[in-house]
Design a protein around this ligand. Structure first.
Ligand SMILES: Nc1ncnc2c1ncn2[C@@H]1O[C@H](COP(=O)(O)OP(=O)(O)OP(=O)(O)O)[C@@H](O)[C@H]1O
Ligand SMILES: [Mg+2]
Length: 237
């Protein structure tokens, strides 16, 4: 049984389809990339897992048990962390307070220790612990969004478009940190990305979404070698 399984997921916002039919599995400790262009349904898929997008059909199970209908906070308690598209840090709160919010499911006694671990991954955040999150750079805000999600000690980490709007060198750095965290914590990751080159360099497997459907999937290596994927997503003619 996979750790997380999405089966024929249909997300619908009234008459508008977020996804038509998305199926995806995630094994413990692996990274799967969800690649696709604007409106392909990447965010809708992650939001459906978190209980914040309307699921019309299909199933989402964690170790065989349905997540549908659970509150987002309970989904976090089940061990799923989420870093939303656009970071969504709380701009008027300090870095430390943003992290504390992320630790809402953790008991008070261990929040501090966990924050120390997160600062270990992101020394930049420690240096800016008392600074308002809104005054951080884009890359730092992305690090904070990741750190905030890690505060609940997830087993599964859903990461929506972390590369968006960041300089290539920062994107590389974030990729290294994700790999480090994953190795240290045996984290399973779903990485939703328009930046297919980068996502396929990080992930073991990937699914390619077009108009709410999975149109290709396989190992990152196989997809990188696929001429159609190269033309459409990797900028290789
Ligand atoms: N809250 C909403 N209400 C209505 N339609 C929505 C809503 N959120 C998303 N959609 C629609 O669902 C479809 C899939 O959008 P989604 O945000 O999941 O795509 P995406 O792959 O994340 O795109 P992007 O790369 O631009 O973030 C799009 O047609 C979008 O317009
Ligand atoms: Mg999106």
């Amino acid at each position: 049984m996979p750790l997380l399984a999405i089966d024929k997921l249909e997300v619908r916002y009234g008459p508008i389809y977020g996804t038509h039919e998305v199926s995806l599995t995630l094994e413990p400790g692996e990274t799967v990339a969800l690649v696709g262009s604007n409106g392909a349904g990447k965010s809708s898929t992650l939001k459906a897992i978190m209980g914040i997008a309307p699921v019309a059909k299909g199933a989402i199970t964690l170790e065989g048990k349905s997540l549908l209908g659970l509150r987002p906070s309970d989904i976090v308690r089940q061990g799923i962390g989420y870093s939303p598209e656009g970071r969504r840090v709380f701009p008027y709160l300090s870095v430390r307070d943003n992290l504390e919010v992320g630790g809402f499911v953790t008991d008070k006694a261990t929040v501090g220790a966990r924050m120390e671990q997160v600062f270990g991954y992101f020394p930049r955040l420690r240096e800016r612990a008392t600074q308002r999150a809104g005054s951080l750079s884009g890359g730092e805000q992305q690090m904070l969004a990741i750190g905030r999600a890690l505060m609940s000690r997830p087993r599964i980490f859903l990461l929506d478009e972390p590369s968006l709007g960041l300089a290539p060198v920062i994107v590389e750095r974030i990729g290294e940190i994700i790999a480090e965290i994953q190795k240290t914590e045996q984290l399973a990751v779903i990485l939703a990305e328009q930046n297919a080159v980068w996502a396929l360099s990080i992930a073991r497997r990937a699914a390619i979404l077009e108009l709410g459907r999975v149109v290709a999937e396989g190992s990152a290596e196989t997809l990188r070698a696929d001429p159609q994927v190269q033309r459409a997503y990797l900028g290789i003619a």
